[in-house]
Design a binder for this molecule. Sequence first.
Ligand code: ATP
Length: 297
Amino acid sequence: MIQLYIPLGFLGVIYREIKQSLTDLDRMFGLLEQSREVQDQPGATALRVPAEGAGVVFDAVDFAYHPSRPILQGVSFEIPPGRTVAVVGPSGSGKSTLARLLYRFYDVDAGHIRIAGQELREVTQDSVRQAIGIVPQDTVLFNDSIGYNIAYGRPGASQAEVEEAARAARIHGFIAALPQGYDTPVGERGLKLSGGEKQRVAIARTLLKNPPILIFDEATSALDSANERAIQAELHSAAAGKTALVIAHRLSTIADAHQILVMEAGRIVERGHHTELLALNGVYARMWALQQSHEGA
Ligand code: ATP
């Protein structure tokens, strides 16, 4: 008789791995199902962006990924054309969800989101995504040349335009110094970029796209402070004249936003300029004091 001796600990590992991948699959299907819900209405027209820019309005927005667990509740705010609104709050408070709804990965359950006065549900998804540039936390780079990775922002852009965007994002010098320059492959077997360099590629991509609305999801992984300040400066110039939603993890980077929204458990609990919020002596003031003491340490 053949006997199999498999250490029980090993089985435990396998079980956990299978369980995790089933959970991941489940999540993936959940996501696919949800994104299928977001479909253009019959006769949806393209978003019209006026020359003076596009304002963004969230009006009493409720949203849940799953009906049993409300995430956003009664969220209202406005970003006038060309202005920057920053969102802060603890992890899981719903900051990135605002960005996902604005990009229309999902439709709201109640309330309205409007861009330039037009209801998001009533315009085509394509036109919304054309109007918005995203600099995500973690930029996905394609297994292709670094030049391609920037040009992706606007298919058909000329090499000169790609380089101009890279210059503005302060990544041109770095690329030009590589032996293969813009043809350098990135990815698995190619060039490995640091978090800051990847964000610069994303900024260059977005500058090339030149959308009227910008979403910047600040990286959670801390960059060193010199790098952070430099990226902020580049972002600042990218956002000039654009309507911007900045999801911030470090308060020092958004002290000059036109308005700061403080979120807790899916609601906006405070709003105002940096100095107004400090004077409130509430959630924001406590977060600020905490970060200052960490940075001091
Ligand atoms: P962080 O600062 O950590 O990025 P956040 O404030 O951006 O957090 P969100 O990503 O908006 O938070 O998430 C808000 C809540 O929604 C969290 O509780 C999260 O677990 C949940 N959530 C996010 N994405 C999904 C999803 N695809 N399906 C189900 N729940 C989700």
